[in-house]
Design a protein around this ligand. Structure first.
Ligand code: 4AD
Length: 460
């Protein structure tokens, strides 16, 4: 059993990202510290055992000279993920050697806090950048997969992105609100509603907080929310989840062009902030080293021109029935992604036909066949934002409910906004996981979610 040498200076506890501690270097002694963490990487050698320790904040090389420290039962049982506390002197890495942050801990004492079996390598190493997102075994092991460097870097980047949105909204004077998740109205069509029993009444999990945001711009000014949205998507794709994080904004007293400019400004600000944050930039370097900030202005393309563009390709990009696209067709996921990848820059796709868009969208005054709507498409992912101007005329909205077969009684609170000082207004929703798949170069939104939910999976 190891014993701490009581003649040594008391150790101060640090996290592994603490760079302010005095390092020793041959001539002077470094600070004696105490670090808690888990084994990220283990390299036992004849004269020395090297451990790369991780604690969620950083990495530290720990050096155990062969002898009492390495002969214990605990040391023989060291494995990836063993939890322990180590004591020792922090010093610069000797010339010619390499370690994280060019420093290492010369260990004089340690205690194992939690052992780990040595089977984890197989799980976490499999999850490299090429991980197969469809692999059920990997999804079942998500709780262990998250221990890996790439999987956890995505989540760290996710936090940085979310904070960048919050900061950007603050700078742009948007107020944050928190609409309900349990609702009795639909926003994006009945086919993806999750229904449940609410004390004997039919209720749904929200598809979007948009309608609620529209009811507070009058008193709070421009607003946003970051909430979960739920969609009973009945297909398995790279970019559909049943539960996702929806960043939604609503702007009052604007025109369509203002909405487009705002979305471009928001995305640009968020990218700038993420790249300017050294920690976030390091996750970007790991996940997406080739990332380049999109140049402004973003490309604008009308739906009608996109249809023409698809048909003009050689060979033409066909619709889901295998025919050339015609005005009125939904541009399906595959075609949309091909187009985005060929153009290879963000696209603001605008002016979708009335028939293929939601009931609340305002018509273009100069062409009533189309709506003042926008989808933002990103290379590698496709649509990451959907937005529009909203119908602000009372009678027109009532007509739209009827046309879409929506009983309008449950929407009285939404309709009322068109009676009490209606205004030209609009907004959008952005899928955080999709944004992250774009920035973090992820093949699928599933790895951008802590515990992804999609058709057939509601665990762990
Ligand atoms: O285009 P959508 O359906 O628009 C709305 O919900 C509007 N009511 C939002 C608004 O105007 N306030 O969804 C907006 C975005 C999509 O562009 C996509 O990024 C994301 O939400 N999204 C999903 N992300 C993951 N899984 C799904 N099943 C998603 N459905 C939509």
């Amino acid at each position: 059993v190891l014993k701490e040498d009581s003649s040594l200076p008391a150790a101060i506890r640090i996290k592994l990202n603490n760079k302010s501690v005095e390092l020793g270097d041959g001539t002077k002694k470094g600070t004696r510290v105490k670090v808690y963490g888990r084994i990220h990487h283990l390299r036992p050698q004849k004269h020395t055992t090297f451990i790369i320790l991780k604690d969620g904040y950083g990495l530290l090389q720990c050096v155990l000279p062969a002898g009492d420290l390495t002969k214990t039962y605990d040391a023989l049982m060291f494995a990836q993920e063993t939890a322990l506390v180590l004591y020792g002197e922090l010093r610069s890495v000797p010339a010619g050697q390499e370690a994280p942050d060019n420093r290492e801990l010369l260990v004089d004492y340690y205690k194992v806090l939690g052992q780990a079996p040595s089977d984890l390598d197989a799980i976490t190493n499999k999850v490299s950048k090429e991980q197969d997102p469809w692999d059920a075994q990997m999804l079942d092991s998500r709780h262990l997969v998250l221990r890996g460097e790439n999987a956890s870097a995505v989540l760290k980047l996710r936090e940085a992105v979310e904070l960048a949105f919050i900061d950007s909204y603050r700078e742009m004077e948007f107020r944050k609100v928190s609409p309900p998740a349990m609702v009795q109205t639909q926003v994006e069509g009945g086919s993806t509603l999750f229904k449940y029993d609410y004390y004997g009444e039919e209720a749904y999990l929200t598809q979007s907080s948009q309608l609620y945001l529209e009811t507070v711009v009058q008193s709070l000014g421009n607003v946003y929310c970051i909430e979960k949205s739920f969609r009973a998507e009945k297909s398995l794709t790279r970019r559909h989840l049943s539960e996702y994080t929806h960043i939604e904004g609503e702007l009052d007293f604007i025109e369509f062009e203002d909405l487009l400019e705002h979305i471009e400004e928001l995305i640009s600000r968020v990218v700038d902030k993420v790249l300017a944050d050294p920690a976030a930039a390091s996750y970007m370097k790991l996940l997406n080293p080739g990332f380049q900030k999109p140049s402004r202005p973003f490309l604008r393309m009308k739906y009608a021109d996109a249809i023409e563009w698809l048909n003009k390709q050689d060979p033409p990009i066909l619709n889901e029935e295998g025919n050339p696209h015609v005005f009125g067709d939904d541009i399906a996921e595959a075609a949309e992604r091909r187009m985005t990848d060929i153009i290879n820059r963000p696209i603001f796709l605008t002016h979708f036909p009335v028939e293929i868009k939601a009931f609340y969208m305002k018509k273009d005054p100069s062409d009533p066949r189309v709506t003042e709507s926008v989808d933002v498409l990103m290379p590698g992912v496709g649509e990451i934002v959907g937005g529009s101007m909203r119908m602000d005329d009372y009678d027109e909205l009532i007509e739209a409910y009827k046309k879409n077969g929506i009983g309008y009684e449950p929407y009285y609170w939404y309709t009322d906004q068109r009676k009490y000082g209606s205004s030209p207004h609009g907004g959008y929703g952005l899928g955080l996981e999709r944004f992250l798949a774009w920035m973090g170069n992820q093949h699928t939104v599933r790895t951008c979610s802590l515990y992804p939910r999609f058709m057939g999976r509601c665990k762990p």
